[in-house]
Design a binder for this molecule. Structure first.
Ligand SMILES: Cc1cc2nc3c(=O)[nH]c(=O)nc-3n(C[C@H](O)[C@H](O)[C@H](O)COP(=O)(O)O)c2cc1C
Length: 304
């Protein structure tokens, strides 16, 4: 059995989980290739009996670039794929949306695994409610999932299709949210990103890390495409804070956003699905990451 794991990961959570799932597959089959989503040779995918595809949840579903990747896949009739994701509390439509698109390519989706993970948003305080995840227990669970999915794949290949699970049902509330956060809406409500050339050192970190290749730093004036996919990773990787935006407005929603996340995490903790690694009552509501980075830039404070 030949297996490949494909991941999209910006801050590293999904990559960590992908590597542990890979180790689990290797425990069972002795082999598992792994690649970043940007380096996938889609014409070679038919050589794999089993493929795992993993990404973060963005805006209650798979990130827009991952959606494009799936839609651009060739027909892969009867190939077995499994899905995994990392998220800061509300996975919502991530798996149903990915599975539906993969099924249109003839792919059989035969496993799902999600992992709670740290989340850094410019307009939210940091540390946040899920800081500390994925920890060693989460990563051990990911490895077990790798073993489980490899064994399941072998049994499905032998004809036991009773083992194919469905993604967990998603409440109407989250399906609606996932649909609502279209690129059009994000374009209207997200702060406009621009590049301050007085601060830019032309290091190209933003351009090289943009998942949709939407930044041209050499253009005159330098260009960030609109709509982009609003992952704000260019802002995170810029070492000189040259990517600028007015975060203040979104930061005013922090108490509302936190109350929502907290409600979901409390529910998950009650079902034993989530473990608090941080005291949620100890978190500050009024020190968003963008302000912390500004202070750090001025040499006033170190962020982990
Ligand atoms: C733009 C953006 C949108 C996000 N939306 C969600 C979301 O809808 N639900 C959620 O639980 N987490 C959300 N997150 C948190 C990420 O899913 C989480 O931090 C993930 O582990 C990041 O993965 P990575 O480190 O592999 O990039 C979002 C993060 C970003 C940057």
């Amino acid at each position: 059995m030949k297996t490949l794991i494909i991941y999209f990961s910006q801050s590293g959570n999904t990559r960590k989980v992908a590597e542990c799932i890979r180790n689990g597959v290797v425990d069972v089959t002795g082999q598992c290739d792994i690649t970043d989503i940007n380096n996938v040779d889609t014409s070679a995918l038919q050589n794999y009996n089993l493929v795992g595809l993993g990404c973060p949840t963005h805006y209650y579903k798979e990130p827009f670039n991952v959606r494009e990747f799936i839609d651009g896949l060739p027909e892969l009739r009867n190939r077995q794929w499994f899905l995994f994701c990392t998220h800061g509390s509300i996975i919502a439509n991530t798996f149903p949306s990915m599975a539906e698109r993969l099924k249109k390519k003839g792919i059989m989706v035969m496993g799902y695994h999600d992992t709670y993970a740290d989340s850094k948003m410019p307009y939210l305080p940091y540390p946040t409610l899920t800081t500390g995840h994925p920890d060693s227990l989460d990563l051990e669970e990911a490895r077990s999932f790798g073993r489980e999915v490899a064994e399941r794949s072998q049994r499905i290949t032998e004809g036991d299709t009773s083992l194919i699970p469905e993604p967990e049902p998603v409440s109407e509330e989250w399906v609606r949210e996932a649909e609502m956060y279209s690129l059009e809406l994000l374009e209207r409500i997200s702060p406009h990103l621009s590049i301050n050339m007085d601060k830019c050192t032309l290091c190209h970190a933003c351009q090289d890390n943009c998942p949709v290749k939407g930044i041209d730093i050499e253009a005159d004036p330098p260009r960030i495409q609109t709509p982009c996919i609003y992952c704000f990773f260019c802002w995170k990787v810029c070492p000189t804070l040259a990517i600028e935006a007015d975060w203040e407005f979104l930061a005013t929603f922090t108490p509302e956003i936190y109350a929502r996340l907290r409600r979901e995490l409390d529910k998950s903790a009650a079902h034993g699905k989530f473990r608090w690694l941080i005291d949620p009552d100890s978190l500050s509501f009024d020190d968003p990451l963008y302000k912390q980075r500004e202070r750090e830039f001025k040499g006033e404070k170190q962020i982990d």
